[in-house]
Design a protein around this ligand. Sequence first.
Ligand code: NAG
Length: 573
Amino acid sequence: MRVKVGFLLRSLLIIGTFLALMGLWSKLLSSQNEDNNPFERQMPGRDNNNHLPNVGGNGHAVNKFQPVVPWPQVEGVEVDLESIRLKNKNAAQQHVADNNQQNAIQKQYVTFKPQKHVYSDPVLRSGVLGNFEAKEPEPQGVVNGPGEGAKPFILGSEYKEAVQASIKEFGFNMVASDMISLDRTINDLRHEECKYWHYDDRLLTSSVIIVFHNEGWSTLMRTVHSVIKRTPKKYLAEIVLIDDYSNKAHLKERLEQYLKQWNGLVKVYRNERREGLIQARSIGAHKATLGQVLIYLDAHCEVGPNWYAPLVAPIAANRTTCTVPLIDAINGNTYEISPQGGGDEDGFARGAWDWSMLWKRVPLSKREKERRKHRTEPYWSPAMAGGLFAIERDYFFELGLYDPGLQIWGGENFEISYKIWQCGGKLLFVPCSRVGHIYRLHGWAGNPPPAHVGSSPTLKNYVRVVEVWWDEYAEYFYASRPETKAMAYGDISELKKFREEHNCKSFKWFMEEIAYDIPDNYPLPAKNVEWGEIRGYESDYCIDSMGHTNGGFVELGPCHRMGGNQVTMPTSK
Ligand SMILES: *[C@@H]1O[C@H](CO)[C@@H](O)[C@H](O)[C@H]1NC(C)=O
């Protein structure tokens, strides 16, 4: 019985609903005929809804069915479908336009910002002194004082012990340095022709960045003094010192007091822990916000006469050009300054490497000489030494600064050089911009790497650089340094992505077009068959090159299991 009543009720419900729908439908059709504005008619239609229970006889049931009643969709159909289509189409077009805009921004970003700065090429006018040359000789720091004119300053034997101690601590003869004026004059080592170049004065401004760690006082301050003295005021935005966690007293309060004389032109920022030279330079790029160009200098340099205009002019003309001054050698004992050896007849060399990634210099090739009109023009170099260079600030950021995975020291000079060349920029050595640099002396105790860094950071850096940039040439590196093959070098996927996104060229292209002369000087090594120590059968002595290279005699030495001079690599040749 219960079943039958349920069936009856359900049948009534269905019939009632059917009638209700029919009623509604006929009402809507008739209202459509009466009025061409259906939307207005639907508002009273909604009121009709209230009558439905009467039609259907079961208000509750009909209310329950309301959602499936077709009329809410009628609303949509009747509201000018064409305008909706149009609206959707516009939205789609807008979307496409937004996408295009996005793509354009993306593309612009990945291929570097365009050159906007207007700059004319420098002009050589024989016999007419260049517009940036000093009009009169620079005054001496101390008249006829020690080391003036970069003449060698030699201390008597009574200073011997103090000198030795300072060399051990700082790597230089600080006793002599402390006696030489911070404002001393130096010798002009430039080619005579350099004095006759005229530069457009729409040069870019610069922040000079100097990273130091436990540097001696007078060598650091002489660097700062020389920059302030020899850089035209209007282009020197600031000098930014990055203290990489020094612990020497003279670099604390005394330094800050001393810098006050320049009213904020020279600033010092201090790292919270030892970051190492590489990342400290990247930190410097973040801190140095005032200049358009970043000029990196080591903490023991002296910039030469008119060093600025020739160094920055190529960057002002093309923002993806990076420049390096010619680096002269300041003797760490006597402070005499002389040109580096190893160049061509003008003393010009290009930056290079051997296949174990050691820094090398090769004389300027014939092909490079022919590229120039005048011998003192900037010339292309495959690599930079690393400590001294100038780069447009935004461009350096667009390049991603240094690989954040590089630690402490080593390989970063190659990383930035490959990145610049392979991704469409240029690296120039500028003969008319000269900067003296003190090379550390034997007997320096050095700065041990901080505890938070694992073993052989420099070798790991090399592997990272090779893995990202060398392509199939990586094999030559591993042939030269087989002990690095199993080294964990960390994640390089971001760098690979950068290389892809920026359409950077292959290392093969780079070797053929830019670094073509390096294999002439440092032939590609043969592939190794095996490698390891050659150890005595019953002794603990190994064959050791004792540091001899290229055909020197081998000797026997105690096995140290560190590779290096004891690595023997029978080759397939
Ligand atoms: C800048 O130098 C790059 C690399 O040599 C070159 O492709 C580009 O055309 C130069 N841009 C200008 C504005 O000269």
